[in-house]
Design a protein around this ligand. Structure first.
Ligand SMILES: [Zn+2]
Length: 421
C-alpha cells in the first residue's frame, strides 16, 4: 500500500460542499471521513463538542436621512437582537478607530474598516457604541458573483467585553453610504444564541515499539459560509487520510493519532476541544503535524514550525536531502497547531499556498470550478508529509526536541490573547 494523490483527490471531490461549523453538512463530512477510516480497519471515533453558535432570523439596514435606501446586510451570529421595532440611530464612520474616532462613537451606529478584531471590539464596547457595522469584499465586487459575508461574535470577544448588535455589509455599499453622507439609519436584527454540536474525527494506530510516544497528524475539515473549502481544507484532510492508510499497513513504531478537526474556522474550536479532553496524554505527544491548505497548481510550499531553530534546521535539511522545495520557518500559523504548541507540543505545518491570483480562500471561489487546484499539486504536499512521517515515526531516537522557543511561545500567547496588557 502506497499513498495515492488520485485517490485523495477523488475523496476531496466527493466532500466538496459547504461544511460550516455545527451544520448538518459538517456532520455528514465527519461521517464520511469515519467511514473511510473504518475501511482501513483503523480504530476511529467521533468526538462531539459544543460550539457557541447563533441563528440570525432577520437583519435589515435602512439609511433614513438625508436619503432613504435599504442595503443588503447580514447579522453577525451571536449578535444581540435590536429592541422591538428596531433601532434608530446616528451613523458614524470610525475608520480605523483612532482616538479621535473613539471620541465620536458613543450611542452611534459605528462602521469600521476591515475585520472586527478582538482589540477593535474592546475599543468599541468601551466607547459605548449602539451597534457595530463592518464591511467585506471589495468595491469592485459584482453582487451576482460574490456573497455578503456572514460573521460571528466569537466567545473570545463576548466573554471578555459583552454582547452588542453587529452587522456586515458589502464594501461597495459601505462606500456609497459614506459618499452620500448617511447621517441616520434604522437597523433591525433578530438573532438567537444557540449551542451547536461540532465533531472531531479521531483515529489511532498504536505504536509497536514505543506506544507511549505519540505523534498526531491533524487537518480541519470544516469550511466557512459559502465556501466548499476544497483548498481550505479538504486538501489537508485527504492528505492525512492517505498517511493514515499508509501506516495502517506499515505499522508504526510510535503511536499515531489522526485527527480531523471541526470548527477550526470559528477559532480553532475543534483542536482546542481535543487538547482539553485529551489533556492526560499531551505529555506523551512528541510532535504534531498539521496540514492546512494544499493542492494549488500555482503556488509555493511552506512549513511554519512552532518549535525551535534546531527543529527548523532538521526539517529544512530533510526537505533538501529529498529534493523537496519548502520554505521552513520558525513561525506560528493560524490553525490547529496552536493549541498543541500552547501545551508544549512541537508542531509542524505543511502547506502549499496558492500564489497571488491563483489562491482563493474563505469565499465561494474556494471551489473546484475555480480551476486552481489539481491532483499533481496535491501530491507535492502529500509526498512532503509522507517523507517527514517516515523519518520521525520510526526514528530510533526521536529527532525533534520537545521544546517551543521563547519567541514562538510569546506569539502563541498573543494569538490566544493571553499576553498581559
Ligand atoms: Zn484552514
Amino acid at each position: 500500500m502506497d499513498v495515492s494523490a488520485r485517490r485523495a483527490f477523488a475523496l476531496l471531490k466527493e466532500l466538496a460542499y459547504v461544511r460550516v461549523s455545527g451544520s448538518e453538512e459538517e456532520t455528514k463530512a465527519a461521517l464520511r471521513l469515519k467511514e473511510e477510516i473504518e475501511k482501513c480497519g483503523v480504530a476511529v471515533q467521533i468526538e462531539p463538542f459544543c460550539v457557541k453558535s447563533g441563528i440570525v432570523k432577520k437583519a435589515l439596514l435602512k439609511v433614513t436621512a438625508p436619503y432613504e435606501k435599504t442595503y443588503e446586510v447580514t447579522g453577525y451570529e451571536r449578535s444581540l437582537s435590536t429592541p422591538e421595532g428596531g433601532l434608530d440611530g446616528e451613523f458614524y464612520y470610525a475608520e480605523n478607530l483612532l482616538p479621535v474616532h473613539l471620541k465620536n462613537c458613543k450611542d452611534k451606529i459605528v462602521m469600521i474598516n476591515g475585520r472586527l478584531r478582538r482589540a477593535d471590539y474592546e475599543k468599541l464596547q468601551n466607547a459605548g457604541v449602539a451597534a457595530i457595522l463592518t464591511f467585506s469584499g471589495t468595491t469592485l465586487d459584482r453582487n451576482s458573483e460574490t456573497d455578503c459575508d456572514i460573521r460571528k461574535l466569537r466567545e473570545t470577544m463576548t466573554d471578555a467585553f459583552g454582547f452588542n448588535v453587529a452587522l456586515n455589509m458589502r464594501a461597495a455599499d459601505a462606500a456609497e453610504i459614506v459618499r452620500r453622507g448617511a447621517a441616520k439609519m434604522h437597523i433591525e436584527v433578530e438573532s438567537e444564541c444557540i449551542d451547536a454540536q461540532s465533531r472531531n474525527v479521531c483515529a489511532v494506530i498504536e505504536g509497536t515499539k514505543y506506544p507511549d510516544e505519540i505523534i498526531s497528524f491533524g487537518a480541519h475539515y470544516d469550511s466557512v459560509h459559502f465556501s466548499t473549502g476544497v483548498y481550505d481544507n479538504m486538501s489537508g484532510s485527504v492528505i492525512i487520510m492517505e498517511l493514515m492508510r499508509y501506516f495502517s499497513v506499515h505499522k508504526p513504531d510510535r503511536t499515531l493519532k489522526f485527527n480531523w478537526y471541526g470548527s477550526e474556522e470559528q477559532g480553532l474550536l475543534g483542536s482546542k476541544a481535543w487538547v482539553e479532553s485529551h489533556a492526560d496524554e499531551l505529555d506523551k505527544h512528541v510532535l504534531m503535524v498539521n496540514v492546512d491548505v494544499a493542492a494549488a497548481t500555482l503556488g509555493q510550499n511552506a512549513a511554519p514550525t512552532l518549535a525551535t531553530e534546531g527543529t527548523v534546521g532538521y526539517l529544512d535539511a530533510l526537505m533538501k536531502e529529498h529534493g523537496m522545495a519548502c520554505s521552513v520557518k520558525l513561525d506560528i500559523y493560524s490553525s490547529d497547531c496552536i493549541p498543541f504548541a500552547d501545551h508544549g507540543v512541537p508542531a509542524i505545518n505543511l502547506c502549499r499556498f496558492g500564489t497571488q491570483g491563483a489562491g482563493y480562500i474563505h469565499d465561494r471561489r474556494d471551489n473546484l470550478k475555480s480551476g486552481y487546484l489539481d491532483e499533481k499539486a496535491l501530491d507535492i504536499t502529500l509526498q512532503q508529509a509522507l517523507m517527514l512521517a517516515k523519518h520521525v515515526v520510526n526514528a530510533q531516537v526521536f529527532p525533534i526536541e520537545r521544546k517551543i522557543s521563547d519567541e514562538i511561545r510569546k506569539k502563541v500567547d498573543e494569538y490566544l490573547f493571553k499576553a498581559t496588557k
